[in-house]
Design a protein around this ligand. Structure first.
Ligand code: DOR
Ligand code: ZN
Length: 345
């Protein structure tokens, strides 16, 4: 008989963009409904590079999300980041990780790192104090085809960093390729990866399905079908190296549907249901709890959540758009029906 209902330990989102101001107010409750904690991305304008900025942002998130949701803050690494500020923020509990954006790789990454060697003093300190490094794993070299930038990053940046900092815990965020899935699987236990719903559901045909599809555009860009299948296999493998990170990244409808549309898919409203659909299709519902609720906290060295959430086999219709910040957002799976529904708490 088919499983009709699935109760798992309350999950976390290990990669989330909440923005600020009216957008934060609009989107935060969707994540809080599903997740107990989330790793909050620091790519605001200006980026979150100081302990004071992180604490003030955390307060704003707590207010917007309501009780029962804990934002786990990250520091945005720049070429000139001060290792002492990193250590102070980590010691005071202001942030649990730091984020490496190669400069120019994605949304609001222009203050990011121009050469990983510039942050070697920071990485050395993070290795010493046990602070996690989150990585946007794409090179920015314009000579490299955009579909190859993740694979080239493994060789040019990640391999030397792993060699030079063997004790540093690293999360390769939002993996999109068979290359990354294999690389992470075969690496030492200090390397793990997050996986988004969109990279489990979409291949690159989705970008051109009957016309140009801005709502399927995110970075790293979705890849060939063989890569999607490899990422799915990694997600459902049961390996503790792979865990849930939505990379939910809201941009207003008009900013997506533009002659230079923003990268990012807003998947927060139905994230857990979207992942559950994939695990069901793969016959791996028994591994969903590990992926959603256990592997992440164990890698970060944080306690597992108390409490549970329940998903039921029932249709859930995803709206075409949702009002937000004086305009609207188009959610991932807009207009589709998903077969798993999060039961009311
Ligand atoms: O698609 C993306 N959107 N990828 C990123 O890395 C950043 C994110 C955003 O902030 O919009
Ligand atoms: Zn992201």
């Amino acid at each position: 008989m088919q499983t009709q209902s699935l109760t798992i330990r309350r999950p976390d989102d290990w990669h989330l963009h909440l923005r600020d101001g009216a957008m934060l107010e609009a989107v935060a409750p969707y994540s809080a409904r599903q997740f107990a904690r989330a790793i909050i991305m620091p790519n605001l304008v200006p980026p979150v590079t100081t302990v004071d900025a992180a604490c003030a942002y955390r307060d704003r998130i707590r207010r917007a999300a309501g009780p029962g949701f804990e934002p786990l803050m990250t520091c945005y690494l720049t070429d000139s980041i001060d290792p002492d500020e990193l250590e102070r923020g980590h010691r005071e509990g202001a942030w649990v990780a730091a984020k490496l954006y190669p400069a120019g790789a994605t949304t609001n990454s222009h203050s990011g790192v121009t050469d990983v060697r510039h942050i070697y003093p920071a990485l050395e300190r993070m290795e010493k104090i046990g602070m996690v490094l989150c990585v946007h794993g794409e090179v920015t070299d314009p000579a490299i085809d955009i579909f190859d930038r993740e694979a080239v990053f493994l060789e040019r940046v990640l391999t030397p960093v792993l060699r030079d900092f063997p004790g540093l815990r690293i999360v390769l965020e939002h993996i999109t390729t068979a290359d990354s899935a294999d690389f992470v699987r075969d690496a030492e236990p200090n390397l793990a990866a997050t996986i988004t719903p969109q990279h489990l559901h979409l291949n690159r045909n989705a970008l051109f399905d009957g016309g140009l599809r801005p709502h399927a555009y995110c970075l790293p860009v979705v890849k060939r079908e063989r890569h999607r299948l490899a990422v799915r296999a990694a997600a459902v493998s049961g390996s503790p190296k792979f865990f849930l990170g939505t990379d939910s990244a809201p941009h207003l409808k008009e900013a997506k549907e533009s002659d230079c549309g923003c990268a990012g898919i807003w998947n927060a409203p139905h994230a857990l249901e979207s992942y559950a659909t994939v695990f069901d299709e793969e016959g791996a519902l028994d591994r969903f709890e590990g992926f959603a609720s256990e592997h992440g906290p164990r890698f970060y060295g944080l306690p597992l959540n108390e409490g549970t959430v329940t998903l039921e086999r029932a249709d859930v219709a995803v709206p075409e758009r949702i009002a937000a910040a004086g305009s609207s957002l188009v959610p991932f799976h807009a207009g589709q029906t998903l077969g798993w529904k999060l039961a009311a708490a």
